[in-house]
Design a protein around this ligand. Sequence first.
Ligand SMILES: [Zn+2]
Length: 231
Amino acid sequence: MNTREVGLVSAASLAGAIASFITFNYFFTPKTNRNPHQTTDSSPHDPFDPSKRQCYLSWDDYFMAIAFLSAQRSKDPNRQVGACLVNQNDVILGIGYNGFPRGCSDDKLPWAKKSKRGDALETKYPYVCHAEVNAILNTNHASASGQRLYVTMFPCNECAKLIIQSGVSEVIYFVEKGKSSDVAYVASRKLFSMASIKVSQIQAKCFEVACSIFTASANGKFHKPQFPACL
Ligand SMILES: [Zn+2]
């Protein structure tokens, strides 16, 4: 991620959220229509029916979907992670994805997970900024205090430290990477617990829409989630 890209992410997070919604609706319209109130191109909504549309994205589904879309901006060939920071009024404060710091070229630093020479400097790890960090640092708001963070993967301990220190009060994640016994994740859970940060795995409300978004955006890296149907 270069300077210009980070700047655009910071300045246009709200516009990006709107664009995300439009994009998702365009690309991921459910194939079937289980709800009699939901319209399709072939059966327009009854103009006299006062009821609202039923199978719409919940706030949780919506923000997690935006986190997944953000992940697709990542240049990392092995893992794409996205995050979305939201305030108490469900307004997006910042979005982010894993990438290199401002001014550090995507083309000059390595994306490899391992070095044939055993040189850690030839791998991505010393250089990359995690999605959670970028979402918090890209915030349009003065403080992340009391806010919710949606992230496609359970945060590592380094991100957990920043999340806690920034004042985020709740973390909603989609999947936990690797083994739950990994030191990074054991430490992360320990820190969240001690700091009284609420942590939960997302429970999608609308199966057809949310599942389509998550699985399509996950680029085949995740198992298909088993969400409850919305009806
Ligand atoms: Zn992390």
